[in-house]
Design a protein around this ligand. Sequence first.
Ligand SMILES: [Zn+2]
Length: 434
Amino acid sequence: MRLHNMFKKTGEKITSIHSRNRRKPEAPEGILKKCNKCGAAILTDEVINGKYICPKCHGYFRIPAYKRIELVTDAGSFEEWDAKIDEGERPENPLNFRGYTEKVKALRVKTGLDEAVVTGKATICGYPVVIGVCDGRFMMASMGHAVGEKITRAVERATKERLPVVLFTCSGGARMQEGIISLMQMAKTSAALKRHSDAGFLYIPVLTDPTTGGVTASFAMLGDIILAEPGALIGFAGPRVIEQTIGQKLPEGFQRAEFLLEHGFVDRIVTRDEMKEVLRQILKMHTVIDEKKEECPEKKKENRKNISAGKENVSAWERVLKSREKERPVGKDYIDRLFTDFVELHGDRYYKDDPAVVGGIAYFHGKAVTVIAQCKGKTTKENLERNFAMPSPEGYRKALRLMKQAEKFQRPVICFVDTPGGFLRNGGRRAWTG
Ligand SMILES: [Zn+2]
């Protein structure tokens, strides 16, 4: 934009700050650019050399695919796959949609991309992965034949090479210019991911702004662990379409990543600064390490002694009093003291995330385990948030989901049950491992 009207207040600017369907920035091209989230003038270079984050409001701009790969993978480790899909394998313009061929050709020149997704193999902090990144500059990364084909091939090759898959999604949905062929990509990518999952491998989609339509309805939501960037729009139909259809006003923050987290559809929101580290942690936890550290027999005996020692000299009444102590540890304390590198995972993928149940993956003496804990709060406020550790159906569904996940990855499950006083059907408070 030009300097002279940089601080001019225009109606358009005001709506772009406040309206929920704010316009999204493309990669800035001039020296200065106006952030369309906070309206501040920002240096283009500062944004490009950083992580495409507004230095003023910390809003996220969309990232070109190769830049994203550079940010999350180890330098020089990326090997691109299917950079160009042969013309013969590609239905160029199946509906003879007017202007479509020309548009794709022009975009190839403009973006230097062959299509709206880049796929390949790389390492993240030394852990090998198959990675795919959608690029919004190419027809809003809509899913046509080429996009579906590249993702499917990448997932199939990941299954063959026994590798986890990380996909950064961003899409306006299915590519309408390809009609039914674009919709078929939903089934194709989903089927490839099912085979990858059945073979026991990990898939992490990272939902970035915006992930919508047929992509949300297929590969974006099929992850073992679903991550999202803060503030990302994630949904099927757009908010305006829904409002017009159901004739109701939608709740505040509808379809944003935070809303989805609260409603149990996303495991975790991860900032750009933490992204590589969080991926490293999760990948490490899903890498089987062969070294078996056997505990020496004397130590085992000693431990057993200690355990039995704990059982002596405590009367039933003392136990009752202990269970009612105000300062007694709650689920989260056990997690913090007994485990390391706890990665909390949220949601039942159905309705809500239940704060009464805390779950995730952590290390227990060097072994990755799934931890599920009924969790009280320390204060009244916390207790109200956690519903005094009384799970709702969504809490049980979260626990069940995490147990199934543990089964897939052959992790032991450690549960901490903290049944509130009035509910003694399970024999009061008890912790078990299994
Ligand atoms: Zn800003």
